[in-house]
Structure formats: C-alpha cells, structure tokens
Design a protein around this ligand. Structure first.
Ligand SMILES: Cc1cc2nc3c(=O)[nH]c(=O)nc-3n(C[C@H](O)[C@H](O)[C@H](O)COP(=O)(O)O)c2cc1C
Length: 510
C-alpha cells in the first residue's frame, strides 16, 4: 500500500457515523485506515462496521493483553502518517489539551510522533464554551490541526457552528496536510456536492505551490478547484509580543509535543466560501445567514476596519499613478469578517467590486482620502490594512491636461504619501489588533518581519506578488506575527480571508 496511512480515532459524538463514510473515502483514494474507537464512540458506531469498511482490526482498549505485550499503543501511534480524530468530541479535545491519557485513544495521542488533526463536532454551546475555546487554542498552539466545524442546523435542534465537516472536506484537509497530489475537486458555493463527489471529468489544472518563500510561480488555478500543493503550511515559533500574550501560567508551555510542522487552516468548508461580493443591497445585513443568536458569531460586537484596493494619485485631470491591486483580497476579508458577525467598515480604493453583504463601504481615490476615511472610521477592534496605498504622489496636480511639448517628457516631482498603517499604529485610537499587508517580490518573510517592527503592527500578512497575485483569484500568504510565521499554501483569496478571520477571532478571544 503506497497511499497515506491514517490512524482514525473515532470519538463519542452523534457524528461518529460520518467516520464510516470517511473511512470509505480514504480507502477509495488509495489510503489505508486503522481505527481506534473510544468507549464513547462505541455507543454510536460498532467496531464491526469500522473493521468491515477499513478491512483492518479495530482497536478499542488499552488493556489488551495480546497487543500490549508488544506495546501496541505505541506501535499504533507510530505506524500512521497522520492521526485523525473524527469526530473530536469536547471531551476528547479537553483530554488532549490537558495531556490526559486514560484510555487507548488519549494514550496514543500523547505518545504519537506523527501530525495530529482533529475534526470537532458538538453542540454549538459546547463549541463556544470558554473551556472548549481554550482547549482548541491550546491544541492549535501545540501543533494540532483543529478543523473549524461547519455551521448549520444540528441534531440537537440548535443552529450554529459545531457540525462535523463533510467527509470530502476532511479528506481534502488530510490530503493537504500530507501534501498529496493530485488535487481534489471542491464544490463552489451553490454547487451540488453530490455532483462533485460523483466525479470530475475536467482535466486537472497545472499547479505549483507558492507556499514557500522564494517560490514565485503561481498556479493556473481553476475557479472550481481548491489548490493544495506538496508544500504544507509551516509554522515557525519565535519570541512573543505585547499584543499576543501567551496564555497564563502553565499554559505558556505546549501541553502536547510540538510537531514543528503545524498547519494553519486550509479550506475546509466549501459551502462557506461564499465570499464573492454580491450586488449592493439596501439592507446591509441582507445576504447574511440567519442566526438565532447573534452571539454565536465569533466577531459579534466587534468593529473591523478593512482597507482594500489601490489608490490613484492624480497627475492631471486624465492621468494618475496607480498599481495593480484589484481589491479582491480586502473585499474577501471584509466579507468574511461580516459573516463572522463583525460590524465592518471597508475603505475601498477605486475598484469595480460589489459591496459584500453586511459591510459599510467608504469609497476613496487617493492615499490622503484613504487616510482620512480610516481616521474617521476609528475606533475599531481590528484594522486590516490590505490596500496597496501608493507610496508617492506628484507634489502638484496639473489643473489642465499636460501637453506634449517638444521631445522632452515632463519631469514629475514626487512627494511621499501618508503612511496609514504607521499612523494608525501610533494613534491614540490604535485598534487592539493591527494587521498590515506587505506585497513583496523577494525575501518575503524577512521583509515582512522588518515591516512589522518598523510599522509597529501586530501582524503582517505578506505575499509574493512576483507572479499574478495582483488581480488574480488565488493567493499564498505568510502571516507574520510576533511569535510565529504561519505560511499558507496557495488557495483562493476567499479561503485566505476566512482563515485570517478565524485567526483574528482566536486572537481576540485570548
Ligand atoms: C446522544 C449523544 C450525543 C452526543 N453527541 C456529542 C457530540 O456531538 N459532541 C460531543 O462533544 N459530545 C457529544 N456527546 C457527549 C459525549 O458522548 C461524551 O462527552 C463522551 O464522554 C465523549 O466520549 P469520548 O471522549 O470518547 O469522545 C453526546 C452524548 C450523547 C448521549
């Protein structure tokens, strides 16, 4: 068997039945699965069903005389390429975060030297309980890839985040985590998932991951594909900053062994990618999902300020200095923040994009107008400065169109524009989380680290724009923070936006 070897821990949740479908999917894709069923899990699915589907023995107990003479739990934990906990119940994640090892599943999770992925599923209140929020943060900090649960109606009758992602999304995440090729086809918003599962007949697009610094080739990313490359996102740990206080006390130390190759969240929920700007609507909240309780949204009650697009710096009535920024990334972030429940102010440079639902938009043209609009929009809890603000403008703007005179072109005297990011950073109304973007063409991470310190921003999201990122639909970014760098593989800008918003919600919850 040359495919990936998955050790699947099935916890005691109502969604455990979906683990059966996941086993089938992994096997169909050429992988092998060995299942470990918790005592709780065995109340929802039987070892027989998992054994039949996986065609492997199913392990249920630590106290197995035959297996444990050979230290079976250690062997189990080492034989896989990836350990997947699905469903990851609140109880299992609490034990993982606390380092409890009181049964086979939790013991092998503590003993493993392989990457671990958790796919949570639980009631929305359980998911949003501070204890679970803390445990998820601890696990993510410890290198466990905790997927974001889906949002929707739950078996218990409530509505909100907590549903197990579909097995296809889990499989995509597994493939991505293991750097598997070829890519899977992911349904676009509104696309029939069953149709996708039943097979894709188009030719796969050429794909080159641009996740690593130095890679400057961007994929020919088809709109119907979610790109994952051989490159996994990598997390590099460094010193902590004032704005990203580590958790107090013993929590500053990871409670699980660091894998050193923790992955940041790639696309998980294709249905949630509906970030494309819709038509401008009278009611700014129309188009947002209906929530029974607005507090279920992680950014509810927060004000998020986003800048997007280029600025145009006029030279004369018909000419201006511009750049290639399309505004797509900033608009996607504004859309994702609104979907997460935030009040969003989007200060947009001149772009032809529709306003995302639930977003207050302020249109500007020049850097100075943008600086003023940002000043007026403060205070905000988070500011995400995505706009590609022109560094320079002409020191004077000709009132009439400049004419060709003789053979010599006119000399343009340039002057510096206001530095909006640095201004906000030193403002008395500085948001508690200030995020800048850095478009670089070389030495991306180093320049971003320098920029973060120079501008006194909390995070810099850096991307290599030497390919066709500007104007394109995909992006590969590095989130440079005080204590780590999270490098995401190339993915649609909507996915970058969603992941960034997840990280922001995590940071604000600390
Ligand atoms: C009908 C029923 C459904 C449950 N569904 C979930 C669930 O979806 N998620 C969860 O975290 N716990 C759920 N629980 C609670 C867990 O089963 C319980 O916390 C158990 O100890 C978890 O076992 P584990 O640690 O082996 O996963 C459910 C309990 C019952 C009785």
């Amino acid at each position: 068997m040359s495919g990936p070897r998955i050790l699947l821990v099935v916890g005691g949740g109502i969604a455990a039945y979906k683990s059966c479908e996941l086993v089938r999917m992994i096997r169909k894709e050429g992988g092998s699965v060995t299942c470990v069923l918790t005592e709780g899990g065995s109340h929802f699915v039987t070892p027989m069903a998992l054994a039949a589907l996986s065609e492997n023995p199913v392990f249920t107990t630590l106290w197995d005389l035959k297996n444990e003479t050979e230290m079976g739990h250690i062997q189990l934990s080492r034989q896989a390429d990836l350990v997947v906990v699905c469903p990851a119940t609140a109880d299992l994640m609490a034990k993982m975060a606390a380092g409890i090892a009181d049964d086979l599943a939790t013991t092998l999770l503590l003993a493993t030297d392989k990457p671990v992925m958790a796919v949570p599923a639980m009631n929305v209140r359980m998911w949003q309980h501070p204890a679970t929020v803390r445990n998820v943060q601890l696990l993510r900090r410890s290198g466990v890839d905790v997927m974001q649960p889906e949002e929707g109606a739950m078996a218990c009758g409530e509505f909100g985040p907590g549903r197990l992602p579909e097995p296809l999304a889990v499989w995509q995440r597994i493939s991505w985590a293991l750097g598997l090729e070829p890519m899977e086809v992911a349904p676009l918003p509104g696309e029939d998932r069953a149709g996708v599962l039943s097979g894709f007949t188009g030719a796969p697009p050429a794909f080159t991951s641009a996740a690593e610094e130095g890679s400057d080739t961007l994929a020919n990313l088809s709109g119907s594909m979610i790109a994952r490359g051989g490159e996994r996102a990598k997390m590099v740990m460094g010193p902590a900053s004032a704005h990203e206080q580590p958790l107090a006390g013993a929590e500053t130390e990871p409670l699980l062994p660091r894998k050193g190759e923790a992955r940041a969240a790639p696309p998980t929920d294709p249905d949630a990618l509906n970030q494309t700007a819709g038509p401008a609507l009278g009611n700014p909240l129309s188009g947002q999902p209906d929530f029974e309780d607005a507090a279920h949204r992680p950014l509810f009650g927060r004000h998020v300020l986003v800048t997007a697009g280029p600025t145009h710096e006029p030279i004369d009535p018909v000419r201006y200095i511009a750049n290639r920024s399309s505004g797509k990334q900033g608009f996607a972030i504004a859309a994702a923040a609104a979907r997460a429940g935030a009040r969003v102010t989007l200060v947009a440079g001149p772009v032809h994009l529709a306003t995302p639902p639930g977003v207050d938009r302020v249109d500007v043209e020049t850097a100075r107008e943008m600086a003023e609009a940002v000043r007026q929009a403060l205070p905000a809890d988070v500011a995400i400065m995505v706009a590609a603000v022109a560094d320079w403008r002409t020191s004077t703007v000709a009132e009439e169109k400049m004419k060709k005179r003789g053979s010599a072109p006119p000399a343009l005297l340039l002057t510096e524009n206001p530095d909006i990011l640095a201004t906000v950073a030193t403002s008395t109304q500085r948001p508690s989380l200030l995020i800048g973007f850095a478009a670089e063409t070389q030495d991306v991470i180093r320049h971003a680290q320098e920029k973060r310190l120079r501008k006194q921003a909390d995070w810099i999201v850096a991307n290599d724009v030497s390919g066709d990122v500007m104007g394109g639909d995909a992006n590969a970014v590095h989130i440079v923070r005080a204590d780590d760098v999270v490098s995401l593989p190339e993915m649609p800008k909507e996915d970058v936006a969603r992941i960034l918003v997840e990280r922001i919600a995590d940071a604000l919850a600390l």
